[in-house]
Design a protein around this ligand. Structure first.
Ligand code: AMP
Ligand code: ZN
Length: 462
């Protein structure tokens, strides 16, 4: 397996810290608003990475944080906490905001068949771990006080620039908007903030009452759950110059080591010329995709058609193409229901398997893997051989397109029954049990039973 490592700027051979195991940390959502499909490109990438390792026989431990404090609206440690801004906007508490959007995030993630990381950890529930790590950083001489709070001294870490390939100019321009005269270096950043007395979420600490800077949560939680040396850290490329550069500096300051072996970053989902982003004002959500009649899984398919390190342009035409592609893959399964598993000539199947594996082992080359998938589909249709479908289902452990479920069940289910099932799901989520039960009865009267599984609802003929 080869992976492109942002730290070395090349494809490196993947060597796990522990044989047969992979430890992955993914920067999770800041839960102050709905995640957009640009964000979900990052989580589909991390999920596909996890699936690839599992497919290759590794045992994966995947950790993702939930940012529910400390992520400010600007990078100068002086902005407003996004959670608190969200709370003000909606007249609710930061906690209510955090829980609501966290739930919305996982509901969308499930629709995209993103497997839930084994460990999901909230920043607000790890304040003591952060304080402990900051203590170590301070004890090793990497911190000083200003009127903002406790500040990390990036000047003490000569390798600070490496992950982002930052030169001094970029460190000035990128990291700090207005140069704060109290800071020793323009790239220095807050570990613990004490100068925002109106901030609702505050904790006592050795540096006074306050709240953590954003970067420390990821250092503290990744080390807590994965140890002082782990394999892979993922995130979008926007995190390279500041968030991950600062995380790496904190890791080194606390432990004296290079904690993360491979840093992997996905390129942006773009809409028009610009990155999709809340501040760019050009966002699209999973719910909006559905409203326009597309399946969330069509978006997942779209993600698989571009290499994760290449920008991906989002257009409705591209999404429609992905939706058609998804149907084309399912069609093989529908066709295959009347086919036999032919005997003999396994060469073409073995070749497909080998090529698929080579593609995913080459830094997750999913577009290449999809080309293999399509030549398998064509060949399977030509030969009318059910083995092609079986192999495609095996590949789907990586693709995550739920090909098995959709073909074996839902294709025969009328659209209005599926719509009732969706409605019932919404009722359940709103805890409207009466309505959910009525919808279940309605579905039954049309000849279908609905079952709730870990992956969501499933319909069967009664
Ligand atoms: P945030 O909630 O802002 O911390 O972002 C969550 C994740 O989405 C991070 O890994 C970002 O790098 C990533 N991200 C944000 N916008 C995009 C985009 N347009 N395309 C791909 N990834 C993105
Ligand atoms: Zn992070």
């Amino acid at each position: 397996m080869k992976v492109y490592n942002t730290l070395t700027r090349q494809k490196d051979e993947f060597v796990p810290v522990e044989k047969g195991r992979v430890k992955i940390y993914t920067c999770g959502p800041t839960v102050y608003w709905f995640a957009h499909i640009g964000n979900f490109r990052a989580y589909v990438f991390a999920d596909t990475l996890r699936r690839v390792f599992e497919y290759l026989g590794y045992e994966v431990r995947h950790v993702m944080n939930i940012t529910d404090v400390g992520h400010l609206t600007t990078d100068d440690d002086l902005g407003e906490d996004k959670l608190e801004a969200g709370a003000r906007r909606e007249g609710r508490t930061p906690e209510e905001i955090a829980r609501f959007y966290e739930q919305a995030f996982f509901a969308d993630a499930q629709k995209l068949n993103i497997l839930r990381p084994q460990i999901v950890c909230r920043a607000t529930e790890h304040i003591p771990d952060m304080i402990e790590l900051i203590r170590r950083i301070e004890a090793n001489g990497f911190a000083y006080r200003t009127s903002v709070g406790l500040i990390f001294d990036t000047g003490r870490y000569p390798d600070y620039w490496r992950l982002g390939r930052l030169n001094l100019e970029e460190q000035r321009a990128g990291a700090r908007v207005a140069v704060d005269p109290e800071r020793r270096n323009p790239s220095d950043f807050a570990l613990w903030i004490t100068n925002q007395p109106r901030h609702l979420m505050q904790w006592d600490s050795p540096w006074g009452r306050g709240f953590p800077g954003w970067h420390i949560e990821c250092s503290a939680m990744s080390i807590k759950y994965l140890g002082e040396e782990f394999d892979i850290h993922t995130g979008g490329i926007d995190h390279i110059p500041i968030h991950h550069t600062n995380e790496r500096a904190q890791n080194f300051a606390a432990t004296g080591r290079e904690v993360v072996r491979y840093w992997m970053h996905n390129a942006f989902l773009q809409l028009g010329e610009a990155r999709m982003g809340k501040s760019e004002g050009n966002i699209m959500t999973v719910t909006e995709l559905e409203r326009q009649g597309y399946e969330p899984l069509a978006f997942r398919y779209l993600c698989l058609t571009a290499h994760y390190r290449m920008p991906l342009n989002f257009t409705i035409e591209a999404l429609q193409g992905a939706q058609n592609g998804l149907r084309g893959l399912r069609e093989l399964g529908l066709n295959a229901r009347t086919w036999q598993e032919a005997a003999g000539d396994t060469e073409w199947l073995e070749r497909a398997q080998r090529e698929f594996r080579n593609a995913i082992e080459d830094d997750l080359n999913l577009p290449q893997a999809m080309a293999v998938v399509w030549s398998l589909v064509r060949e399977g249709n030509r030969r009318q051989d059910r083995r092609a479908w079986k192999l495609l289902l095996d590949f789907d452990r990586v693709l995550g397109l739920r090909l098995g479920e959709t073909v074996e069940g839902e294709q025969d289910i009328p659209a209005e029954v599926r719509a009732l099932a969706e409605e019932r799901e919404q009722a359940r989520r709103a805890r409207d049990w009466g309505r959910a039960d009525r919808l279940r009865a309605e579905i039954l009267s049309r000849g279908f039973v609905i079952e709730d599984t870990k992956e969501g609802w499933r319909l069967k003929r009664a």
